[in-house]
Design a protein around this ligand. Structure first.
Ligand code: ACO
Ligand code: LMR
Length: 609
């Protein structure tokens, strides 16, 4: 096993879809000035495809594979696997990684791996001359080169601890959490970390404190070694033996945590699985004493850890063993937009405005009325239209008027243009939305789309003070059909009962039907010329709608004019007629009607015109 595990070109395969850890690795890469990301690929048995992730100021795509085999085959240079698999599957996937020829180092993040399996992992790593970091670890970091997963936390911490460029200190501990703290202590008391490894707190780690210390001993760029042991186990006594055997020549500053255990009556179990003294030899006091006696630099307490690191470092500088490099600054990492917004550091102009509904609250609200209240109020679909279209709570007669309009326009048989087109589309095998569209797209100035035109032209004439006769004459002179007047099949002698019903409702319930009265005078004139020039259903709805708004007293003349000018009333016909169009479509599909083709006797072929 070569002493260096990582370089500035190291790339890893991340096992497990750990998007935050991956982003932190790539942000570290950016801080170090790496030109290529340190994550080559992601393995997730439950997905494949790509994962979009920031790399510096830009975004890149990382491939996702379902198997480690596939990932390693596509990315042969990746020699590290960071295994985020849970304790249930971590052993198998870690063994697969260890046994893959491309892989040299496996970081096993999971806690709770059974000791027997942990020992198999360690033994396999030894046999294959490979490195396992963990289990139960956050990983490790080589300053300025490569970071395992979430090691050293946020970008700010990376910068504060100067981890974006190499220092002279090789560090190893059991604890990931304390490692971060120690990186900070090393940055403040020396020239920073060269590499830091957290071997994890299990009783049988994949690699030991001593193995990493001996690696640092063999790396020339490491000038001093700092370590943090822990109560329990005899690992630190291996270090004592190595010191006595002269295998560790570089200054070693080390502290074994857990000295407070003597304050507890019985043997106390600290956080890590291995952190309990099984005998007097395994106590923190005993191990610190043995290390000091063997020549390690051991503080009297953790409080002096940084003091001795500083003293050792300064001693090495003084004798020229360390030549402090000029300080460099890390690039500023652009803050994630979402994070910056969350912290109120930036603001973004919105691109949409909505004043009618809000689904972001505890419950959906229409015009600030919770949907539960909308339902409880019994306002019905007419009330909902009032809220969402006109932002008003309409009076009962207003709501009923809208509902009546929807019911009257729902259908007018299969012969009308809209129904015809929808039926033809259904018989052509189209989906119901396409059938609806083919029917709805027929609505226009002559069919179903004259509601707005009727409201606008009759209100316009009325407001201008034109008599009905003057209005009819003016439209004739313009060569324009009066919107809302005329029907293909209904007439004075064959009245449209829909119109009859609606007129009666409005006269009975509206305080004001002046525009309707005006329209009926117009109808008298037009129908006297031709019986089918009656006030049709479009005209009746549009004209009565204006009277309804005026009757409520809650709309100013300007608001009524704006609503009429906006041209929203044809929407009533669209909503209503959609019901009937769907009806015809379902009817045709139920009947399994074949493709329609217009019969020849319906067509006049006059190609010589
Ligand atoms: N105003 C004035 N004159 C009219 C009107 C009208 N709205 N509609 C028809 N006429 C006249 C025509 O100018 C024509 O006169 P002419 O014989 O002197 O040339 C005559 O009546 C026949 O006109 P056509 O368009 O052939 O009559 P048709 O019965 O086909 O028209 C239609 C029916 C399309 C509805 C027509 O009356 C019209 O365009 N109305 C205005 C738009 C409208 O209200 N559409 C909604 C209809 S209801 C519904 O779709 C739910
Ligand atoms: C309708 O409501 O579709 C009709 O008024 C139009 C028509 O031609 O019957």
């Amino acid at each position: 096993m070569k002493p260096e595990l990582f370089t500035k070109d190291t790339t890893a395969i991340v096992y497990g879809y750990q998007t935050n850890a991956i982003q932190r690795m790539l942000d570290f890469d950016y801080a170090c000035g790496r030109k290529a990301p340190s994550v080559a690929a992601i393995v997730d048995p439950g997905r494949d495809g790509v994962h979009k992730v920031f790399f510096g100021k830009g975004e890149i795509l990382l491939p996702i594979y379902r198997t480690l085999e596939a990932a390693a085959a596509k990315h042969p240079k990746a020699d590290v696997v960071i295994n985020f698999a849970s304790f249930r599957s971590s052993f198998a996937s870690s063994m697969e990684a260890l046994n893959h020829p491309n892989i040299r180092t496996v970081a096993v993040i999971a806690e709770g791996i059974p000791e027997r399996r942990a020992r198999v992992l360690a033994a396999t790593a030894k046999k294959l001359d490979k490195m396992v970091i963990g289990p139960a670890t956050v990983g490790g970091i080589k300053a300025g080169c490569f970071k395992i997963g979430n090691t050293a936390g946020t970008y700010e911490n990376i910068v504060d601890c100067k981890l974006f460029r190499p220092g002279s200190v090789g560090f190893v501990s059991k604890s990931g959490g304390l490692s971060s703290e120690c990186y900070n202590i090393i940055a403040r008391n020396a020239d920073g970390l060269y590499e830091g490894i957290a071997i994890g707190g299990d009783a049988y780690p994949g690699s030991t404190l001593l193995e990493h210390i001996l690696r640092y001993e063999a790396i020339p760029a490491v000038k001093m070694i700092v370590a943090l042991g822990e109560i329990g186990g005899t690992e630190e006594l291996r270090i004592v033996e190595a010191l006595k055997a002269g295998k560790i020549k570089k200054p070693l500053v080390i502290w074994v945590t857990g000295t407070c255990s003597t304050m507890f009556p019985a043997g106390v179990q600290f956080g890590h699985a291995g952190a309990k003294a099984g005998s007097a030899l395994e106590t923190a006091q005993a191990k610190n004493a043995a290390l000091k006696e063997a020549g390690a630099i051991v503080p009297d307490s953790f409080d002096d850890y940084g003091v001795l690191i500083k003293k050792t470092y300064e001693g090495l500088v003084k004798k020229g063993a360390i030549k402090p490099a000029p300080e460099v600054t890390a690039p500023v990492l652009p803050m994630d937009f979402a994070q910056a917004m969350k912290e109120g550091k930036i603001r973004k102009a919105t691109t949409f405005i909505s004043t009618i509904s809000n689904e972001k609250k505890e419950e959906l609200e229409y015009c600030n009325i919770p949907i539960s209240k909308v339902l409880e109020s019994g306002m019905g679909i007419g009330g909902v239209i009032g809220l969402l279209w006109f932002k008003r709570e309409l009076p009962d007669y207003g709501r009923k008027f809208l509902e009546t309009a929807l019911m009257l326009t729902a259908d007018h048989g299969p012969a009308v243009s809209g129904a015809h087109n929808a039926i033809v589309a259904a018989r052509a095998g189209k989906d119901i939305i396409s059938c609806l569209a083919s029917g709805i797209l027929t609505i226009g100035p002559r069919f179903g789309g004259a509601i707005d035109g009727a409201a606008q032209s009759f209100k316009g004439a009325f407001d201008k003070g034109l008599t009905p006769a003057q209005f009819v004459k003016e439209m004739k002179a313009k060569g324009k059909n009066i919107p809302g007047i005329g029907h293909k099949v209904k007439s004075i002698t064959n009245p449209d009962m829909r119109v009859t019903q609606l007129k009666a409702f409005c006269k009975k319930n509206f305080k004001n039907t002046e525009l309707l009265s005006y329209a009926l005078e117009v109808e008298q004139i037009t129908s006297s010329k031709k019986g089918n020039l009656i006030l049709n259903v479009d005209g009746c709805i549009g004209i009565c709608f204006v009277d309804m708004l005026a009757s409520t007293g809650s709309f100013t003349k300007e608001e009524i004019a704006n609503i009429v000018e906006m041209g929203c009333l044809n929407a009533l016909f669209v909503v209503g007629r959609s019901i009937g169009i769907f009806g015809h479509v379902f009817d045709q599909k139920r009947l399994k009607q074949p493709l329609y083709r217009t019969p020849y006797d319906e067509i006049a072929y006059m190609t010589d015109l």
